[in-house]
Design a protein around this ligand. Structure first.
Ligand SMILES: O=C(O)[C@H](O)[C@@H](O)[C@H](O)[C@H](O)COP(=O)(O)O
Length: 246
């Protein structure tokens, strides 16, 4: 399958956040009615988005239609500074009229294996599934680490995570040893749409290697995330995209 994601390049991080926020509005308008199942990612880039949504999109989005999931979550209490859920609760959920019962957080009070199993079961209950029996998210918003990881699929566990038939599984951060629950590669690729939000000159080389399909790209998990039948969009700022070949 050729690798030619839809590239949407904006001037800087805030402009990337705005481009993606407008993309959410457009998707809600296109779908006219019914729920939109949106998986969030952690990290610093989404913070720009959450702050913008809270500040300027209160009335542009019908928040009652949104269901929130997480592509990965750190196995810490929700009020821990490391919590992906905690971050978006503080920056967004506490400021806009989301429906609390439609926020589907990972149960980080459970043991990691239990939490991964429970989350996979919850996704199967709530989401439509494809012909392979995998849950389909309308939008899977992902970031990319400097090592090319996405969600909590790292180069060190990539083969296992991309081959797994589990919906969610436990991952261990290679540096910190932190336990995480992550959606597996097949689930990410079952999404109706995967949107990468990647900004900053720290990602330039990795972005170029993957988008230009240079040697070694196959070593990076992000290069393996291309929906089997959905769309793949990369929202980039000029710094991250500066060495993209086309
Ligand atoms: O829980 C996490 O840490 C994220 O899901 C992770 O995969 C993140 O998306 C990347 O590390 C990019 O993070 P930045 O946007 O901070 O570079």
């Amino acid at each position: 399958m050729p690798y030619n994601p839809d590239l949407r390049i904006s001037t800087d991080g805030p402009a990337v956040a705005r481009a993606f926020a407008d993309h959410i509005v457009a998707k809600l308008n296109k779908k006219k009615e019914g729920p939109l199942f949106w998986a969030l990612s952690g990290g610093s880039t989404p913070k720009l988005l959450f702050n913008l949504l809270a500040a300027e999109y209160q009335d542009k989005i019908d928040w009652s239609r949104l269901h929130f999931f997480w592509g990965d979550e750190r196995m810490v209490p929700h009020d821990d500074a490391e919590s992906n859920y905690g971050e978006v609760k503080k920056l967004l959920f506490d400021k806009v009229p989301v429906v609390k019962s439609q926020i589907h957080a990972v149960q980080t009070n459970l043991e990691p294996e239990e939490a991964a199993k429970a989350y996979g079961e919850k996704m199967m209950q709530l989401l439509p599934s494809n012909s392979d029996g995998l849950p389909i998210l309308d939008i899977n918003m992902l970031g990319m680490g400097g090592d090319g990881h996405t969600a909590s699929i790292f180069p060190s566990n990539m083969k296992e995570m991309m081959a797994s038939d589990e919906i969610c599984t436990v991952a261990t951060h290679p540096d910190s040893g932190q336990k995480r629950v992550t959606m597996t590669g097949k689930v990410l690729n079952a999404s109706d749409e995967v949107c990468f939000l990647i900004t900053g000159n720290g990602k330039t080389q990795r972005v170029a290697q993957i988008i230009n399909q240079e040697n070694g790209a196959v070593n990076f998990p992000t290069a393996h995330i291309k929906p089997t039948s959905g769309k793949l969009i990369w929202f980039l700022d000029e710094a991250a995209a500066s060495e993209v070949g086309y």
